[in-house]
Design a protein around this ligand. Sequence first.
Ligand SMILES: Nc1ncnc2c1ncn2[C@@H]1O[C@H](COP(=O)(O)OP(=O)(O)O)[C@@H](O)[C@H]1O
Ligand SMILES: [Mg+2]
Length: 282
Amino acid sequence: MIRFENVTKRYPNQSHPALDGIDLNIDRGEFVFIVGASGSGKSTLVRLTIREEVVSSGRLLVGGHDLRKMPQRKVPQLRRQVGTIFQDFRLLPNKTVQQNVAYALQVIGRPRRAIRALVPETLELVGLAGMEKRMPHELSGGEQQRVAIARAVVNKPPVLLADEPTGNLDPATSLDIVQLLRRIHDSGTTIVMATHDNVIVDEMRKRVVELEDGVIIRDEEGGSYVPKAVDSRDRDEREADRAHDDHDDDHDDGALAPQEDRPIGEVHALDDWDDDAEDLLR
Ligand SMILES: Nc1ncnc2c1ncn2[C@@H]1O[C@H](COP(=O)(O)OP(=O)(O)O)[C@@H](O)[C@H]1O
Ligand SMILES: [Mg+2]
């Protein structure tokens, strides 16, 4: 679904490439963490995938489309297939919660009837029922990120990219948000999340791709934030450390257990995306 083939990205006037010879394949339905120190290239990887930046060399395919060759006028269609959320939420400050979510559908020309159905359903699913009329500044950080998630998934994109989505949130709220992402993933959405948050990565035990200076140094299924080979301390010691770090004592290991079985909503927008690439470019 997303394939980097020897991708290098150089920004103008930078001596080192931000990404250097990246080979990475992400299949439909995966949940992948992109980890690495600040400056290692995580955001660049995200920006390339939505064509906010263009690769310098190599090939980047999303849903079968070579993004370097994609004409600018097709980029909005790409971005309908790839929902995005960021550390700083990026809500429209003068619109209510429901207007923020509805706006995502209005700009792509969805009919009013569809908007009236999809917005409340999505707000309910992200846990914001009852807050429809609030303004962003009347919400906590976690609630604002839920609005951003609702906006990103309201059109049921097959892929959700998250760039440090918990970077501005306290540990307990971060776990809530990632639990929500897990539910979205359970409904079939492919999720790629760039993060620094070792607690979350260790709890989730998903695929971990680690960048260092623009190069992939690890790609591990069911990985932890710190690779096993490097973190030689035994598991109990690490757990004790983690418990100590966590400010919220109420959070035990069950914090990430699925709350309920109900899927968050089926992904149906262009489910045949890979197989029927024409759909994207229609
Ligand atoms: N717009 C830009 N112009 C020039 N250099 C950039 C730009 N964005 C990022 N970089 C550089 O590219 C490298 C990777 O940055 P980034 O992708 O933001 O990493 P991360 O998200 O892991 O912190 C860094 O050296 C950074 O300084
Ligand atoms: Mg970044």
